[in-house]
Design a binder for this molecule. Structure first.
Ligand code: PEP
Ligand code: MN
Length: 303
């Protein structure tokens, strides 16, 4: 007999959908809702997080925040602590960057997601951010995960670039076990033999995570693609795969960005991506409605 996903990922029971309850209640619609300020991630609304890779200057951040808010984003992203491939690259503004993020939140009403890289920094980052981002390079840093879990803030857990789905689920399980149920999973591309893109976007991973876990799943088309031309297409794929939202890099002048400029959209490109996504998001809502109605009919038939 075919092994069930529950059997396959038996070590991470808290993140998996309870099959009995899931089937009866309509698993997809009964997933975990992660509250962020005055909205939720994982509900009916498709949530877009957008902003620069790194907080650089007040001008850069404020202009980007205002722009992405106008285009429909709910959450401002921006790194104040940056993990970088080279030790000689820009590593972020630290506390000064966190203060700028808080200022942008005050001015725009956007929530703020930002990465925390060290367990020592958790209290400080949690003071300024609405969501703590655990980066790809930190996904298996269990002491950081535990400290972040205890911060009381929702956690955006990015999949490690060489992490399997089972590895990602184990990290999520650890956060839940430490008393924090507000976990958002993020597919951001994995390393494969393909080198044309920065990473390989695992759309099937998104579909699988939505199928077997009750946690919200978002996609990061920017780090998956590594080049801005592909970002809108990957964003559409993410919607079709069942993602609950996106995290996208946007910069006023990508060619002069201090990090990840090649994959950052400028303001016009971000606007165009959002306009292009609208019908796909509408289709997602429509198909959810149909699915719900079908489930209700199936339940009635069973009695
Ligand atoms: C980022 O979001 O800027 C980032 C560094 O992402 P990742 O951890 O997925 O590489
Ligand atoms: Mn980046």
């Amino acid at each position: 007999m075919r092994e069930s996903w529950q059997e396959r990922f038996a070590g991470t029971p808290d993140v998996l959908i309870d099959v009995e309850v899931g089937v009866r209640a309509g698993a997809r619609r009964e997933g975990t809702l992660v509250p962020v300020r005055d909205f939720v991630v994982g509900g009916d609304e498709f949530i877009v997080m957008a902003g620069p890779c790194a907080v650089e200057t007040e001008r850069q951040l404020m202009a980007t925040a205002e722009q992405v808010r106008r285009a429909g984003a709910r959450i401002l992203r921006g790194g104040a602590f940056k993990p970088r491939t080279s030790p000689y690259s820009f590593h972020g503004l630290g506390l000064e960057g966190l203060k700028l993020l808080a200022k942008a939140r005050e001015e725009t009403g956007l929530a703020v997601v930002t990465e925390v890289m060290s367990e020592c920094d958790v209290p400080m980052v949690a003071e300024f951010a609405d969501i703590l981002q655990i980066g790809s390079r930190s996904m298996e840093n269990y002491s950081l995960l535990e400290a972040a879990a205890h911060s009381g803030r929702p956690i955006l857990l990015k999949r490690g670039m060489v992490a399997t789905i089972a590895d990602l689920l184990r990290s999520a399980q650890l956060i839940l076990e430490n008393g924090n149920r507000d976990v958002i999973l993020c597919e951001r591309g994995i390393r494969t033999f393909e080198t044309a893109m920065r990473n390989t976007f695992d759309a099937a991973g998104i579909a699988l995570l939505k199928e077997i876990t009750h946690l919200p799943v978002i996609a990061d088309p920017s780090h998956a693609a590594g080049c801005r031309d592909l970002v809108p297409a990957l964003a559409r794929i993410a919607v079709a795969a069942g993602a609950d939202g996106l995290i996208v890099e946007v910069h006023p002048d990508p060619d002069h960005a201090w990090s990840d400029g090649e994959q950052s959209l400028d303001f016009a490109e971000f606007d165009a991506m959002m306009v292009g996504l609208a019908p796909w998001i509408a289709l997602r809502e429509h198909s959810w409605g149909l699915q719900h109605a079908a489930e209700a009919r199936a339940l009635e038939a069973v009695g």
